[in-house]
Design a protein around this ligand. Sequence first.
Ligand SMILES: [Zn+2]
Length: 349
Amino acid sequence: MKAITVEPHNPGTACLEDIPEPDARDGSVLVEAIAVGVCGTDVEIVEGKYGWAPAGKKRLVLGHESLGRVIDPGPSGGLKVGDLVVGIVRRPDPVPCPNCAVGEWDMCRNGQYTERGIKAIDGFMSERWRIEPEYAMKVDRSLGLLGVLLEPTTVVTKAWEQVAAVGHRAFWEPHTVLVTGAGPIGLLAALVAKQHGLDVHVLDRMESGPKPELVRALGATYHSGSVATVGFEPDVIVECTGVGQVISESIQGVGSGGVVCLTGVGTGGRTMGLPVADVGANVVLRNNVVVGSVNANKRHWYRAGQVLANADPAWLARLVTRREPPDQFTRALQRQPDDIKVVVQFAAV
Ligand SMILES: [Zn+2]
């Protein structure tokens, strides 16, 4: 079967090639790939900056934002032929650490977790893949191709759970949320905040195009500029850019008792020259919390399914801005200005 594979930490090695059919040891459920979303992590792996091949192999099958159709449900009982499923990405570490032991692999303490398409387990960019039934999340058939948005949505449902957990340390009645970055994660964060009935604002650099339009279509307010110029102190900031300046502005700009949830992963950039003690004093005197959030466990996957089911499908459909066939995967990995979510499509829904 055809698969998109890469030799991690060796740039320029990604290719579409023939590989053997999925190994029965990968799971009792056999799935036909429909689509796989592409994100910054995939680009980093292809550029040789991240990723690990499975033990004893040189190459890794890429892709972690899956959507597929069950060909053979195996003996599990919970799935039927034709069901649409998405594969959970992370697997608990083998030790396991206390968090993995209780199913919170997203909070893994020792870093020995594995991830499909990223860290030591093959991903989903192959014509067929296998999965353990307990890691196959069934999605509503009416979502069709939009089921491919489930994995990025889990990132946001986990982040929101973190925000709420922090918020409830005291009397907490949030009204305003600022989301920084109007990429797929930022727009899905805005969707979740909107579903919680909050006054949602989204900040991005773009001044026109699909991003401002999608924010307005959600009933949220769009800003282009800096956090300092939005004109209010948000109760919650969900930071989705990973850009140093935006992170710094968010920590300084959030309201008293506010929560800044960092979801973006960046690197480098200018040093801001802020006296750390002054930033710390501001956080102390206003009871603010900065919390990082990554990945998701099964609870968040379940919630993400609810979020997509409750969203306007026409709005969700506008998030998938481009589909590329497997032999054009390099085009899928090249960012274009109006891209939101680009998917590699293996089969019709
Ligand atoms: Zn662990």
